[in-house]
Design a protein around this ligand. Structure first.
Ligand code: ZN
Length: 378
């Protein structure tokens, strides 16, 4: 037997806490991880992955939970960090296989999951435990979680400290650090607090975390959008993911400020706006929203159309929406660029004066539209 004088005696396997990602590591989407100790498992996020070039004909990809299914009675809880689809949308497909454990999450995320579940009436009712900043919950004999707020492109994102038999783990979910216009980081209190704790392992990951540079402030992004909206002589179409509710709230705010109306197109966009309004994350004055059918009653330069279709699939737009003098803005993350047929702008139903494709990282979480936008004259 090989003698290793300086190595510590390996821990008994019964003392171990296992951490295992089932998706979402070094890839965008399908976020799902779990912690396991003895006969207790805590899962974090159950998301989908959008299809890629190599997966034609696939609607989306879900995490492979075959290790967990025979152990479903051990799954003591699922923590959902926030309501983006790549963190919650595989719930309907997997929740029964996972034994329908309690879901710990914040109010908006719960509402978004429940809305989605309406499409699956045969599934058992989900069990939620709603959490907010500062809440501590005992999930099982060996796992306790304490939640803290994190900033992201959707409200109600949470990170958590998981107390385990080997130490405290911190998981941040997705997050971004916003900055003021001088570039100073805002809301770093949670990081300072965590720095004072004896943390065993910090799990820190976020979309584009490996891209060098700083995110440009939300204030700057909003200013860029405001300028674009103001300068458009025709209708403006903004296509985005229906779950980017922080950005959607900003679009309403800007429209109100510059005296334009907003028409919402697309079922998921309508649903999500309704949920965010019910929870107070979007507060629209009366008359700001109009229906798509009403857009012809308003001058073109007074109308913004907010639509799903963030991957460029603007064919879903109602053909009556013509934007001859206006602009079409849609975000596309680097992952999604590859779907976009270079000939796509010509096949649009919208003969816009300009089509602006904005890298998701640059426009939605970070930079100015001008940095990465590609503008085609249509
Ligand atoms: Zn996210």
């Amino acid at each position: 037997m090989r003698h290793m004088p300086h190595s510590k005696k390996p821990a008994e396997s019964s003392d171990l806490v296992r951490f295992c990602p089932l998706g979402g590591f070094e890839e965008i989407g399908r976020n799902c991880v779990f912690f396991e100790h003895k006969n207790e498992i805590v899962m974090v996020d159950v998301g989908i992955q959008f299809p890629e070039e190599e997966t034609p004909g696939i609607d989306y990809i879900i995490p492979n939970t075959s290790y967990l299914e025979p152990k479903k009675k051990n799954i003591k809880g699922i923590i959902l960090t926030h309501g983006h689809y790549d963190h919650i949308h595989a719930i309907p497909y997997l929740i029964e296989k996972l034994g329908n454990p309690i879901i710990y999450t914040a109010a908006l995320t719960k509402a978004l999951v429940e809305k989605r579940m309406e499409e699956f009436p045969n599934l058992p009712k989900l069990k939620f435990h709603v959490v907010k900043n500062g809440d501590k919950v005992t999930i099982s004999d060996h796992f306790q979680a304490e939640f803290f707020d994190i900033g992201h492109t959707i409200p109600d994102g949470v990170g958590f400290i998981l107390t385990t038999p080997v130490g405290r783990m911190v998981h941040f979910g997705d997050f971004r650090i916003d900055r003021d216009k001088h570039g100073n980081a805002l809301h770093t209190e949670a990081f300072e607090q965590l720095g004072k704790l004896d943390i065993h392992t910090a799990f820190i990951d976020s979309t584009s975390a490996d891209v060098e540079g700083k995110a440009i402030s939300e204030e700057t992004v909003e200013k860029n959008l405001e300028d674009m909206f103001k300068n458009s002589e025709g209708r403006v179409v903004v296509a985005t993911f229906a779950s980017l509710l922080t950005r959607i709230a900003a679009i309403f705010k800007i429209a109100d400020k510059i005296g334009k109306k907003v028409a919402i197109n697309g079922r998921s966009m309508k649903n999500n706006v309704q949920i965010a309004k019910a929870l107070g994350y979007i507060k629209n004055p009366k008359g700001l929203e109009i229906s798509v059918e009403e857009i012809n009653k308003h001058p073109d330069n007074k109308v913004i159309i907010l639509t799903t279709g963030g991957q460029g699939e603007l064919q879903i737009l109602n053909p009556s929406i013509v934007v001859e003098q206006g602009i079409v803005i849609y975000p596309a993350s680097p992952v999604q660029y590859q779907y976009i047929n270079p000939a796509f702008p010509n096949s649009l139903l919208v003969p816009a004066a300009y089509i602006v494709k904005i890298g998701q990282t640059s426009a939605l979480t970070a930079g100015a539209a001008t940095v990465y936008a590609e503008i085609w004259a249509a």
